[in-house]
Ligand binder design. Structure first.
Ligand code: ZN
Length: 347
C-alpha cells in the first residue's frame, strides 16, 4: 500500500517540490548542509527549531555559492541531505539554499544511531540517541517519518524525499532496531529509498537482514560509509552477494591528497568498483563525501575531516584521482548519474 498518489511515483521529492529524475545530473548521495549538534550557546540540541538568522545567512553566503559552483562547473544538480532530527536544519533552509544555488536537495527523515558515551558530544548515556527515539513506540516513529514524506516537515509543506537510518556496531542495539522497523514501515508506505549509516564491517548484513525481514525491497536500500568494507578484498564477496540481492553501497569520507589519509589504499576502492561492475552489479554503487557544515567540533562551519571545498572536493580532487587509478568514464557516469536517477524517484 503506497500512500503517495500515482502522479508522484517516478518523481523525486525535493525541498523545492517534485523533480523528474533526468534533471538530477550528477548526485552526491550523502551530504550535510546543517549538522547543528550544538546551539550558539554551546548546549546540546535536543529539539528542532528554526535555524538562527546568523547561521542561516552564513549558509546562504557560503554553502549556496559552493553548491552553485558544483552545478555550473561539474553538473552536480542534486544531493541527498542525510542530517537527522534534532540536528537537521529547518525545512525552509533547504528550500532557500536550493533556490539560491539551483541544486535540488532531498531532505531525509528518519533517525540517527545510538552513539557510545565519550564519542562526539555524548557525555551522558541519555544523550546517546535522540530522546524521541527512546520515548516513542515504533508506531509513532513510523508515523513521524510518513508524515514528513507525505505531508511535510513541521507543518511547512516541505517534504522529506528519503529515509535515513543508522547503527554503530555490527549488531544493532534495541533502540536502533526500533528505528529500523519504523523506517522499514515508512519505506513500504511511501516508496522513497532508505540510506544508512554503517561503519562497521558486518553492520551491512545486520541492517539488510532486518530490513529484508520487515519486507523492504532491498533494491530501495543504500548502505552508507562502506568504503572500508568494499576495500577489504576478503570481505568484498559478501558485499557483492548483497548487491545481487538488490542492495546498494555508498563509499564516503574519501581524502585523496595526503599520504597520511592512506592515499595509496584508495586504489583498492577503485579495484572494488571494477569487481562490482565485472559481477554485473555496477548499478549498485554510489559515491559521496559526507561533507558539509556542522557544529560538532566547535563553532558552526565546514567539517574538518574532508579537505575544502565542501562538496566541490569530490569533483576537483577525488574523481580525477580515481580516474588516474583506472576508474572509467562509464563507471563514473553510472555511479554519479544513472544509478541515482534510478533509486531516488518514489517507487
Ligand atoms: Zn553523514
Amino acid at each position: 500500500m503506497n500512500m503517495l498518489n500515482s502522479k508522484e511515483r517516478g518523481q523525486v521529492i525535493t525541498a523545492n517540490g517534485l523533480v523528474s529524475p533526468e534533471l538530477l545530473g550528477r548526485v552526491m548521495m550523502h551530504e550535510h548542509l546543517h549538522c547543528g549538534f550544538v546551539a550558539e550557546d554551546g548546549a546540546l540540541v535536543t529539539k528542532e527549531t528554526p535555524v538562527p538568522a546568523t547561521r542561516r545567512q552564513y549558509l546562504l553566503d557560503h554553502a549556496a555559492p559552493l553548491l552553485r559552483r558544483c552545478r555550473e562547473e561539474f553538473g552536480m544538480k542534486a544531493y541527498v541531505d542525510v542530517t537527522m532530527p534534532p540536528w537537521r536544519g529547518w525545512p525552509d533552509l533547504y528550500r532557500d539554499v536550493s533556490r539560491a544555488s539551483g541544486v535540488h536537495i532531498l531532505i531525509a527523515t528518519g533517525f540517527y544511531r545510538e552513539m557510545e558515551v565519550g564519542t562526539y558530544f555524548v557525555k551522558r548515556p541519555e544523550d546517546a540517541i535522540w530522546n524521541v527515539v527512546r520515548d516513542s513506540p515504533v508506531e509513532a516513529l513510523a508515523a513521524l517519518c510518513i508524515r514528513e514524506i507525505v505531508e511535510g516537515i513541521h507543518g511547512t509543506g516541505i517534504r522529506a524525499g528519503a529515509i535515513k537510518l543508522g547503527s554503530s556496531q555490527t549488531p544493532l542495539t534495541a533502540l536502533e532496531m526500533k528505528t529500523f522497523i519504523a523506517g522499514a514501515r515508512a519505506q513500504r508506505e511511501t516508496g522513497v529509498h532508505i540510506t544508512t549509516h554503517c561503519t562497521q564491517m558486518g553492520g551491512e548484513s545486520s541492517q539488510l537482514t532486518l530490513l529484508d525481514r520487515e519486507g523492504v525491497d532491498l533494491s530501495r536500500v543504500v548502505i552508507g560509509h562502506t568504503a572500508g568494507a568494499l576495500m577489504d578484498p576478503a570481505y568484498r564477496k559478501t558485499m557483492i552477494e548483497w548487491m545481487k540481492r538488490g542492495a546498494s553501497f555508498l563509499p564516503t569520507n574519501i581524502c585523496v591528497q595526503r599520504e597520511e589519509d592512506w592515499k595509496p589504499q584508495w586504489q583498492l576502492l577503485v579495484d572494488a568498483i571494477h569487481a562490482a561492475f565485472d559481477a554485473g552489479c555496477g548499478d549498485k554503487l554510489f559515491l559521496s563525501l559526507d561533507g558539509g557544515y556542522c557544529s560538532v567540533t566547535g563553532p558552526f562551519g565546514p567539517v574538518t575531516y574532508i579537505p575544502p571545498d565542501p562538496w566541490r572536493y569530490l569533483f576537483t580532487d577525488v574523481l580525477p584521482a580515481f580516474r588516474h587509478m583506472g576508474l572509467t568514464a562509464q563507471e563514473e557516469e553510472a555511479i554519479m548519474v544513472a544509478n541515482p536517477a534510478k533509486i531516488l524517484p518514489v517507487r
